[in-house]
Design a protein around this ligand. Structure first.
Ligand code: HEC
Ligand code: HEC
Length: 286
């Protein structure tokens, strides 16, 4: 072996070249495009990184740097965590919201969600990536929650208004001017256009598990669902009570004064054509 008198940089270059001669290829299954779900996440992440969504939001347990400026007790004033967001909201709602986030869902927040110059195709990519991340079907097939039969509706209303007092915090329609934003919770009339029924059920079951520190109380006993908490309603069964509350929330009609909110606008019809191919396989992975 001759002495070549390489300097350090040259040694690096030769080593890099020799290492690249490695015969084994990276297995196809490790490449992002190898499966639809990871491809959807990777494509969405390009936009999420470009617009620095993680500056405000924690997504996949990464980001949310803005939370550092809030005191521990004030974290409920920070932009929402977007863990499991694809499971929480309906894709059409998210699409509309990304285009126009101007009507406030959380009246207590001072920080605002910016309006980004996203084309329909880019907004679709972001929405699809949230569905993929949460491993929920995309496109979403709306499973309409049936109206409660009259007797059950009466029981559900008694729980909502007399027992659990949901509207002490929540509104149905826009809040009135004299309500203190700091003690408010989201307008429940939006739920049917915004939320996925199975997420609402999980939320009612154990809100603290989904969003630590939320002001929404735990009404049930997730550690033991056979405990009878509210014996007067639905035979005392927590399961039936939760389902009835979910159905109540998801079928709450708009009060006539409420104009449909901009954020609830369905996306334009042409969106379907923008949907990248093979969404079915995402569904199959569920
Ligand atoms: C300056 C901080 C900030 C940035 C940057 C930001 N957001 Fe937001 N975002 C917010 C705030 C505040 C809200 C809550 C709005 C409300 O409740 O009215 C929000 C709400 C959302 C929601 C709705 C959550 C829910 O279910 O209620 C989604 C989805 C969302 N943002 C996605 C994004 C995406 C995608 C990006 C990047 C393209 C982004 N955000 C960038 C502040 C931000
Ligand atoms: C002490 C106040 C309070 C009470 C009482 C309360 N909630 Fe909430 N709830 C909240 C807050 C605050 C949020 C918003 C959490 C967030 O996303 O930041 C919330 C969120 C929700 C959401 C999700 C809304 C959305 O659009 O994201 C649903 C659904 C919900 N609550 C249902 C109920 C029901 C049903 C009851 C009665 C059984 C109830 N809540 C009672 C404070 C309350």
């Amino acid at each position: 072996m001759p002495q070549f008198d390489f300097n350090d940089t040259e040694v690096d270059l030769v080593m890099t070249f020799l290492k690249s001669r490695y015969s084994e290829k990276i297995p196809y299954s490790y490449l992002a495009d190898a499966d639809d779900r990871h491809a959807a996440i990777a494509h969405g992440d390009q936009l999420i990184d470009y617009y620095n969504c993680r500056g405000c939001h924690m997504i996949d347990f990464q980001g949310g740097a803005i939370r550092d400026i809030y005191a521990e007790d004030d974290l409920w004033k920070a932009p929402p965590l977007l863990q499991q967001e694809g499971w929480r909201v309906q894709p059409d709602w998210m699409f509309g919201f990304l285009h126009d986030p101007s009507s406030k869902l959380r009246p207590w927040l001072d920080v605002r969600m910016p309006t980004f110059p996203l084309t329909d195709a880019k907004a679709t990519t972001v929405v699809q990536s949230f569905s993929a991340r949460a491993n929920v079907p995309y496109p979403y097939i709306s499973a309409k929650v049936p109206d409660l039969p009259p007797k059950e509706l009466t029981e559900a209303k008694a729980m909502v208004y007399d027992q659990l007092k949901c509207f002490k915090c929540h509104t149905a329609g826009a809040p009135s001017a004299d309500q203190d934003p700091a003690s408010l919770a989201p307008n429940l009339e939006l739920a049917k256009r915004r939320l996925r029924p199975d997420w609402v059920e999980a939320w009612l079951r154990n809100p603290q598990a989904l969003q630590e520190g939320t002001r929404m109380p735990n009404f049930f006993t997730p550690e033991n669902f056979s405990t009878v908490m509210y014996p007067k309603y639905f035979g005392g069964s927590q399961e039936r009570q939760i389902q009835a509350l979910r159905d109540f929330v998801m079928t709450l009609p708009d009060t006539p004064a409420t104009k449909p909110q901009a954020t609830a606008k369905p996306p334009p019809k042409k969106k379907a054509a923008l949907t990248p191919a093979k969404p079915r396989s995402l569904e199959a992975k569920r």
